[in-house]
Design a protein around this ligand. Structure first.
Ligand code: 8X3
Length: 251
């Protein structure tokens, strides 16, 4: 029998590429997102036996409960949870940022991710088998102006991932935090800049940024490790991106 994975944010970007890769690796994938028509296209592309479209908004706990309860029996035994859904909104300084943007990031990147994980972990613990792969960010480690709540939410995801490992000690369940840097080919910057596509496109010009396929390959590699191996964290940047000096402002 094929193993079942559940991927959130599966309608586009990383999530879609991860679904495609996991299906080619032999998983049956529950593809979860808000946009049902995009999930249905993915199912049409990859086959009904390989993809199950699951419409849900992970910020709405009642929708998550109802969606999980609606899964047919052959799609219920989720062995691999990929918590990919998340977003950045705005790049404004903390004293100018829109508080409702902060709440949306907190509700998606933190509340949604933790709720779904909490709902699926008991069945993994009961079977003593499973894997959780979270999508963090380099922004969870490297501060930068305007990252305020986005970076902090990804720092949460990093520490939550590591703390899950602590709680799951003695079980065979594995947890990984993938921490990408600059990535193109997703809706990330178009969402962050609220539809200012020119600004989003400029960010990637000449940068040869990471692509969704790079992250999908990483998920596939992690999922393919022997069962005694846990990849705790993996940080991935394009070669074009590196580190700079810390600024010092002087009088
Ligand atoms: C994406 C990386 O640098 O845009 O999480 O915050 S960055």
């Amino acid at each position: 029998m094929k193993k079942v994975a559940l991927v959130t944010g599966a309608s586009a970007g990383f999530g879609k590429a991860i679904v495609e890769k996991l299906v080619s690796d032999g998983f049956q994938v529950v593809a979860a997102a808000r946009r049902l028509e995009k999930l249905q296209s993915l199912q049409a592309e990859l086959g009904r036996e390989s993809v199950y479209p699951l419409q849900m908004d992970i910020t709405k706990t009642d929708q998550v409960d109802a969606a999980l309860a609606s899964l047919p029996d052959e799609w219920k035994a989720i062995e691999l949870l990929v918590n990919n859904a998340g977003l950045a909104l705005g790049l404004d300084k903390a004293y100018e940022a829109d508080f409702s943007d902060w709440m949306t990031m907190i509700n998606t990147n933190i509340v949604g991710l933790t709720y779904l994980t909490r709902q699926l972990l008991p069945q993994m613990v009961k079977k003593n088998s499973g894997m959780v792969i979270n999508l963090g960010s380099t922004a969870g480690t490297v501060p930068y102006p305007g990252a305020n709540v986005y970076g902090a939410s990804k720092a949460f995801v990093k520490q939550f991932s590591l703390n899950l490992r602590a709680d799951l000690a003695g079980t065979k369940i594995r947890v990984t935090n993938i921490e990408p840097g600059l990535c193109e080919g997703t809706e990330f910057s178009n969402v962050r800049f609220k539809g200012d596509d020119d600004r989003a496109n400029k960010l990637y010009q000449g940068a040869h940024a990471i692509k969704p396929e790079d992250i999908a390959n990483t998920v596939s590699w992690i999922a393919g490790q022997p069962e005694h191996v846990n990849i705790n964290r993996i940080e991935i940047m394009p070669v074009s991106q590196s580190f700079g000096p810390q600024p010092v402002y002087r009088d």
